[in-house]
Design a protein around this ligand. Structure first.
Ligand code: UTP
Length: 292
């Protein structure tokens, strides 16, 4: 039986250069979609998958992330004393993590995603864990991570979320090679980081959610550089293929790449349209704007 996934690594040490100057003093993962920061969506996605322990791999200027999951005593007391702010108080209190369930560790230099995940090795130990890139917002029920956990319970081993992308865009993703697919799940035979369209083994792109086996640390320990001169998670994971179960799961649900401006804008509109408390107003607002 597959070992239960209890922990998640959230790498949040990137420089966020595509979002400058917004990310000059504030982490990209604190950018807000409608009313909560991206990092909170990622934590809620994990909680919905039964994962309650978090390792945040942070960098400089990331203090706001830590504060976000702490109690804000002055604010909470002020809200509690105002009779008409109980809903806001509840929202604020919900943005916390159970005491002792979060670790914040530093990636002193942004040497790549693989290096960021490696920085979490002592807190993960030898058990399977989830990796979520919080700048990608996933909107679905069950949550994307819950879909991966369910697949992992069936197959054991590594499971990565994939989506179909236009062949012209393969150069922006890790592209996977798979054997026959059954009910959205396929055994993986390879992965290539950012291949040219004519060289891509498929059009299935690895998106920012995975269940990873701890043996990946044995490869990340070597600090080998890959595409872009960075230590890539995909390279270390590729070395596990053929040695332990490794599957790609076709993710069904909304995905918004909030690491770029248009994706972030789309996420805000899509989430606002999907929420009962803002759908009608957002629709009317868009109608007014489009009329010019
Ligand atoms: P990105 O590739 O989006 O890089 O990282 P970035 O630095 O955040 O943003 P740009 O490209 O400069 O605009 C994907 C995820 O991996 C994390 C980022 O925080 C983000 O969640 N990451 C990346 C690290 O934690 N450390 C790294 O060295 C690189």
């Amino acid at each position: 039986m597959a070992q239960r996934v209890r922990k998640a690594v959230l790498p949040v040490a990137g420089l966020g250069t595509r979002f400058l100057p917004a990310t000059k003093a504030m982490p990209k993962e604190m950018l807000t979609v409608v009313d909560r920061p991206l990092i909170q969506y990622a934590v809620e996605e994990c909680l919905a998958a039964g994962i309650e322990e978090f390792v945040f791999v942070t960098g400089r200027n990331k203090g706001a992330l830590e504060d976000h999951f702490d109690h804000a005593y002055e604010l909470e007391m002020t809200l509690a004393n105002r009779g008409n702010k109980q809903a806001e108080l509840k929202q604020t209190e919900q943005a916390t993590i159970r005491p002792g369930n979060a670790i914040f560790t530093r990636q002193q230099k942004p040497l790549g995603l693989g290096h960021a995940v490696w920085c979490a090795r002592h807190w993960i130990g030898r058990e399977p864990f989830a990796v979520l890139l919080p700048d990608e917002l996933m909107v679905s029920t069950p949550s994307c991570t819950a879909q991966l956990v369910a697949a992992h319970e069936k197959t054991g081993g590594n499971v990565v979320a994939v989506i179909d992308v236009p062949r012209a865009q393969t150069g922006s993703y890790g592209i996977v090679a798979v054997k026959a697919e059954k009910a959205g799940l396929a055994e993986m035979t390879g992965i290539v980081e950012k291949p040219r369209p004519e060289e891509a083994p498929s059009t299935l792109a690895w998106i920012g959610r995975s269940i990873v086996m701890p043996e990946v640390f044995d490869h990340l320990d070597k600090h080998e550089k890959g595409a872009g001169g960075e230590i890539q998670l995909t390279d270390a994971m590729a070395k596990l293929i053929g040695h332990q179960p490794f599957h790609a799961l076709r993710y069904t649900g909304g995905r918004y790449d909030c690491g770029n401006r248009l994706g972030f804008l789309e996420a805000n509109i899509a989430v606002a349209l999907g929420r009962a408390d803002s759908a009608a107003e957002t629709r009317a607002l868009l109608g007014r704007l489009l009329k010019g």
